[in-house]
Write a protein that binds this ligand. Structure first.
Ligand code: NAD
Ligand code: DAU
Length: 332
């Protein structure tokens, strides 16, 4: 994999992926393709900009994607609209980027016979019951609840069909909720951390009983690299740390790390169609590819993330007011 094309490389996970590849595989050439939507931030790659090629462009642009794919050895496809709340208000953008964008990548890798890794989410499987300890597996059926997860499921189905019909060399991963540096302040943890840093109270949807499995972004990206190197074409892999937390408990931990009382937050109206619980059975990638989270301790990882947001207001500050205006308009 001498030359990687990374779509969505200016977003949260994509930028951390680029940084990780540069740190651990310094000989790899990287081209980033990113449309720099509100979620893309060139500053996330500012200090490594001289080590990569950055192309500002739309993943739906078939001609551009075809040219870039032809120049690379492999493609890691992160580019997507990623926020559930936004998908409830503007589903059309999600359909375009997540479905048509993946179609465009698939047609290019088919034409040039390039290896593809498609980054998906555990949200495509819908919601688990709160009790009983069930987990999603690679065999779970798709049952998406939101426009976001429905478009991700659609893109996964396209990838599977291109593998079977055209022999495209693709793999898929479904990861649980990520956290770490460079995550947009619209997402749960950065929103609450930066609220506190700005003297605002955090906002909890509903009763906060929803459960998510939190995986450090570097652990997710290690999984992607392992799959690229040793994953079996046509296979899917579930990735999750096992660290399940209710939103209420995770908010209490975040407040404790920030030195605030555990009840120093407001509750706001719940998200419509809000999935109750996600949890991944990641035994397959652990057994077959030797993946292990290097950040299994959520408390330590979260404390480091809080510290990162404390030290990097220059990065998140410019997004904060507009994000909160969008939430206020939605009553959250
Ligand atoms: P993000 O919203 O932070 O970043 C998305 C990036 O894609 C941005 O840089 C944006 O500018 C770019 N982009 C959007 N539309 C584009 C277009 N039309 N053309 C080119 N670039 C475009 O998202 P993220 O949280 O980094 O997620 C990355 C991928 O990982 C997504 O596919 C998402 O579904 C998946 N995923 C995310 C999580 C998570 O917890 N954040 C977990 C599992 C899977
Ligand atoms: O599971 C993987 C998914 O995780 C990814 O596919 C998505 O791209 C990513 O955004 C994330 O989706 P969630 O909807 O789980 O993440 P979000 O950060 O939006 O919310 C996490 C939980 O916190 C969810 O139950 C809603 C709740 N929440 C969110 C916000 C923004 C709040 O209680 N308050 C908030 O202010």
């Amino acid at each position: 994999m001498d030359h990687l094309l990374v779509t969505g490389g200016a977003g949260f996970i994509g930028a951390n992926f680029v940084r990780r590849v540069l740190a651990t595989r310094p000989g790899t050439r990287i081209t980033v393709l990113d449309a720099l939507t509100y979620a893309g931030n060139r500053a996330s790659l500012g200090d490594v900009a001289h080590r990569i090629r950055f192309v500002v462009g739309d993943v739906v642009d078939r001609e551009l994607v075809d040219r870039l794919v032809g120049e690379a050895d492999a493609v890691v496809h992160f580019a997507a609209e990623s926020h559930v709340d936004n998908s409830l208000h503007d589903p059309g953008t999600f359909l375009r980027t997540n479905v048509e964008g993946t179609f465009s990548v698939l047609e290019a890798v088919r034409r040039h016979d390039r290896r593809l890794h498609h980054v998906s989410t555990d949200e495509v499987f819908g919601s688990l019951p709160g009790e009983g300890g069930q987990r999603f597996t690679e065999l779970s059926r798709f049952d998406p609840s939101s426009p976001y997860s429905a478009t991700k499921a659609a893109s996964d189905l396209l990838v599977g069909a291109w593998v079977r019909s055209y022999g495209v060399r693709a793999t898929i991963s479904h990861c649980a909720n990520n956290y770490g540096p460079y995550q947009n302040v619209e997402k749960f943890l950065p929103r609450q951390i930066t609220n506190v840093l700005r003297g605002r109270r955090p906002r909890l949807y509903g009763a906060g009983a929803n459960v998510r499995e939190w995986t450090h972004v570097d652990d997710h990206n290690d999984a992607v690299l392992l799959i690229l190197a040793g994953g079996v074409v046509g296979e899917t892999y579930l990735v999750g740390s096992g660290a399940e937390w209710s939103n209420r408990d995770l908010l209490a931990l975040t407040l404790r790390i920030l030195g605030r009382p555990a009840d120093d937050f407001d509750t706001v109206p719940d998200r419509p169609g809000h999935d109750l619980r996600y949890a991944c059975d990641s035994r397959k990638i652990r057994r077959e590819l030797g993946w292990r989270p290097r950040h299994p301790d959520l408390h330590a990882g979260l404390a480091a993330t809080v510290d990162w947001y404390r030290r990097n207001e220059w990065w998140w500050g410019p997004q904060k007011a507009a994000t909160e205006r969008r939430y206020a308009a939605a009553g959250r």
